[in-house]
Every structure is written in structure tokens, then in C-alpha cells.
Design a protein around this ligand. Structure first.
Ligand code: HEM
Ligand SMILES: *[C@@H]1O[C@H](CO)[C@@H](O)[C@H](O)[C@H]1NC(C)=O
Ligand SMILES: *[C@@H]1O[C@H](CO)[C@@H](O)[C@H](O)[C@H]1NC(C)=O
Ligand SMILES: *[C@@H]1O[C@H](CO)[C@@H](O)[C@H](O)[C@H]1NC(C)=O
Length: 356
């Protein structure tokens, strides 16, 4: 009885909220039939289709989607809150590619620049809008990802970002946290951004094994990477030990030295561990940190065109230990939080296939 009464109140309140909300949110129907919050966003729907066809092989969460996300990071992080370190999320990495591609930390970025440039030329977008729209669309192709925001109207970039703004996997945690802090990110936001390594692979860390993923599910935006980075390492997947690489738990999988160090450091270990099997926490934290990253250094009056971004497929199942692994193999570095209970896939330890 009391319950029924309560749910009635909730329903009535929710209904009223939706009516008020609908009245407050202006809606525009584009010539294409799409509905959006702002008429200026209508021009983006055909560009989203173009990206899916020409860049993402028909809406796949593959190498180009992964690289488009990495590109957005390498573009945007070229900024200092103290000034003088580049223009942030301005697309300079695309427009001034011949300069920024020479930086060591941008190794492997040449492929996605070469793929994006001809598509970019078919649009009338600024380089910054293009790079950060492509990242939001590509990420949306990965099941489990949050629907990232997209703000529209970045001016053209003025200059390349200077070298040494992009962190490297050989850097210490102190250096990495200092660089992120210099760009305006807390340790919590830094770990949130590293959720991106859930849909990621390395081409240049070990050039003998291109496409070697950081977790066993590189086409799903899940929390598997936060678990697998904690598992005891036992092998190098390719030609021995490379700079910026540490022992990996699985054949075919690459572990970055920086990811492992961040998972173990007292400043970040509990933030890292809290992500394990907590899809919702990861989604909320990643979405918020990406919204900040994708507008670094940009005017505050950008138009919110987030409703042009496709709605990602959900990932609702619990993650699992790869076959043959269990809690015994976890290198727990956070003793303040209980470690979640996770089932193990049946069978022998897998070999993770490369991202094609
Ligand atoms: C501590 C900071 C970070 C370091 C040291 C780092 C380092 C790396 C390295 C070494 C690779 C492999 C490159 C290759 O061999 O091809 C990589 C790939 C990648 N990174 Fe990061 N990263 C960091 C943060 C981030 C952030 C903040 C994002 C995005 C928000 C990101 C997104 C990606 C993605 C998506 C890939 C895979 C690209 C692909 O598969 O083509 N990374 N990262
Ligand atoms: C780099 O940018 C220039 C324009 O500055 C463009 O002509 C060129 O095609 C770009 N390079 C690649 C690999 O896309
Ligand atoms: C880009 O602008 C040109 C000239 O203003 C126009 O003809 C063309 O249709 C536009 N292309 C797109 C994809 O919006
Ligand atoms: C493998 O690693 C060794 C030692 O680091 C190096 O000398 C050799 O050139 C590498 N082989 C290939 C194919 O890259």
C-alpha cells in the first residue's frame, strides 16, 4: 500500500518533469528528418554517415575507431593551464601533421592522419571539430562506451602544439600525473581517461607484433583492461622486452609500463581498482573527463550537438577472468576497497588475437 502510493507519486512527478523538460528543450527537425537541439547541428548528420562509411568500415569498433580516440587525446593534451603549450582540442595534429608527427610520442599516429585527411577535406569542418567529432563517433561504435558529448564550432588551429606534451609509456607516474595536472586533469580524471585503453592496441611499442591489444576484448568498451593490467605478468608477447612495456599475463596481449605503474601507485591504485567490473562508474567518469578533454582551450560558446552522436550498444554482462586466472593472480594495490568477486572463463589460458 505504502509502496503503491510512493510509486504513484514517483510516476506523477516523473511525468511532470518530462513535460517541463520537453517544453524547455527546443527541438529542430532537419531537412534530413533528424531531430536535434540546434539547427546548426543538422549539417553534422551527413558527416557522421560519411565517417561511418569512409573511416569506420560501416560503424565498426576497429583499428580506425581506436586510433580516432587516441588522436583526439594526442591533439587535445597539447595545452597547459599555465599557457604557452599549444591550443588544446584544436585539431592542430591534423592540420599541422608534418610537424606534430615528428614527435616521438606520436608514433603510429601517421596511419589515422592519412585515413582522416581525405575525409576531412570532404567536410567543411574545422580540423578541431573534425578530429573530435570522429573520436566521439568512432568510440560510439564500441559496445559499452558512454555516448560522448560533441560540441561544435572550434576555430581553425593557429599553430602546432609543441613537442613533449603527450605522455609516454616510459614515463614515471609522477611525470604523467604532473603533465595531466598541467593540462587541468586530476589523478581521478587521468585514470578515467585511461578507460580508453579498453579499446586499444599497440603498433609501434613492439613493431614485430602490430595490433597487439591491451586487453582481451579490444572491440568492447568494458572494464576488462582494469582487471587484466592487475594480473601477474609472465611473458612478453613479441620480440622480448621493449621500452615502455612490462610483462603481460596473456599471450598476444601487451601491457604498457605506464598502465601497470598507475594501477600500483598509491595515488591512483584505488581509483584504478574501483573501475574493475564497475561499468557504470567507468562510463560516467570517462564521459565527463572526455567532455573536458575534447573542449580544452576552446571557446565557451560552442554549440552542443551531442545528439548527432550514435547511441552505443550496451555492455551489461559482468566481466570475467580470462581462462585459468583467478583472484590469486591479482596484484592488489588498493587495500581500502574490497576486490570484486569475478567468475573465470572456462578452458585453457587464451592467446589474444591481434586487432586486424
Ligand atoms: C598515461 C597516459 C598515456 C600513455 C603513456 C599512453 C600510451 C599509449 C601507447 C604507447 C599506445 C600504443 C601506441 C602504439 O604502439 O601504436 C597507446 C594506444 C592508445 N591510447 Fe594511450 N596512452 C595514454 C593515455 C591515453 C588517453 C588519455 C587516451 C584517450 C583518451 C588514450 C587512447 C589510446 C588508444 C585508443 C590507443 C589505441 C590506438 C589504436 O589501437 O590504434 N591513451 N597509448
Ligand atoms: C598533412 O597535412 C597536409 C596539409 O597541411 C596535407 O596536405 C597532407 O595530406 C597531410 N598528411 C597526411 C598524411 O594526411
Ligand atoms: C561545404 O561548403 C561548400 C561551399 O560553401 C558547399 O558547396 C558544400 O555543400 C559543403 N559541404 C558540406 C559537406 O557541407
Ligand atoms: C628484436 O629485438 C632485438 C633486441 O632488442 C633487436 O636487436 C632486433 O632487431 C629485434 N628484431 C626485430 C625483428 O625487430
Amino acid at each position: 500500500m505504502a509502496f503503491a502510493h510512493f510509486s504513484t507519486i514517483v510516476l506523477v512527478t516523473l511525468g511532470a518533469y518530462q513535460i517541463v523538460n520537453a517544453a524547455l528543450t527546443k527541438r529542430v527537425t532537419c531537412a534530413s528528418g533528424h531531430i536535434t537541439a540546434n539547427a546548426a547541428c543538422c549539417a553534422l548528420f551527413p558527416i557522421v554517415d560519411l565517417l561511418q562509411e569512409q573511416l569506420f568500415d560501416g560503424a565498426e569498433c576497429g583499428e580506425q575507431a581506436h586510433s580516432a580516440l587516441r588522436l583526439a587525446f594526442h591533439d587535445a593534451i597539447g595545452l597547459s593551464v599555465h599557457g604557452g603549450n599549444g591550443g588544446g582540442a584544436d585539431g592542430s595534429i591534423l592540420a599541422f601533421n608534418s610537424t606534430e608527427l615528428q614527435y616521438h610520442a606520436n608514433g603510429g599516429i601517421d596511419d589515422i592522419i592519412a585515413d582522416q585527411f581525405p575525409v576531412f577535406l570532404q567536410t567543411n569542418l574545422s580540423a578541431g571539430d573534425f578530429v573530435h567529432l570522429a573520436a566521439a563517433v568512432g568510440t560510439a561504435n564500441c559496445p559499452g562506451s558512454p555516448r560522448l558529448e560533441f560540441k561544435f564550432g572550434r576555430p581553425p588551429p593557429k599553430a602546432p602544439a609543441p613537442d613533449l606534451t603527450v605522455p609516454e609509456s616510459t614515463d614515471t607516474v609522477t611525470t604523467i600525473l604532473a603533465r595531466f595536472a598541467d593540462a587541468g586533469f586530476s589523478p581521478r580524471e587521468t585514470v578515467a581517461l585511461l578507460s580508453s585503453h579498453s579499446v586499444a592496441a599497440a603498433d609501434v611499442v613492439d613493431v614485430t607484433i602490430p595490433g597487439t591489444p591491451f586487453d582481451s576484448t579490444p572491440d568492447t568498451f568494458d572494464t576488462q583492461v582494469f582487471l587484466e593490467v592487475l594480473l601477474k605478468g609472465k611473458l612478453f608477447p613479441g620480440n622480448g622486452s621493449q621500452p615502455g612495456e612490462v610483462l603481460s599475463p596473456l599471450a598476444g596481449e601487451m601491457r604498457l609500463q605506464s598502465d601497470f605503474a598507475i594501477s600500483q601507485d598509491p595515488r591512483t591504485a584505488c581509483i584504478w581498482q574501483a573501475m574493475v567490473d564497475n561499468q557504470l562508474l567507468m562510463q560516467i567518469a570517462f564521459k565527463a573527463a572526455m567532455a573536458k578533454l575534447k573542449t580544452l582551450g576552446q571557446p565557451s560558446n560552442l554549440i552542443d550537438c551531442s545528439d548527432v552522436i550514435p547511441v552505443p550498444a550496451p555492455f551489461k554482462t559482468a566481466i570475467k577472468y580470462p581462462a585459468s586466472f583467478s583472484k590469486e593472480d591479482v596484484q592488489i594495490a588498493c587495500h581500502l576497497l574490497p576486490f570484486p568477486s569475478i567468475a573465470t572463463v572456462a578452458g585453457p589460458a587464451p592467446t589474444v588475437p591481434p586487432v586486424p
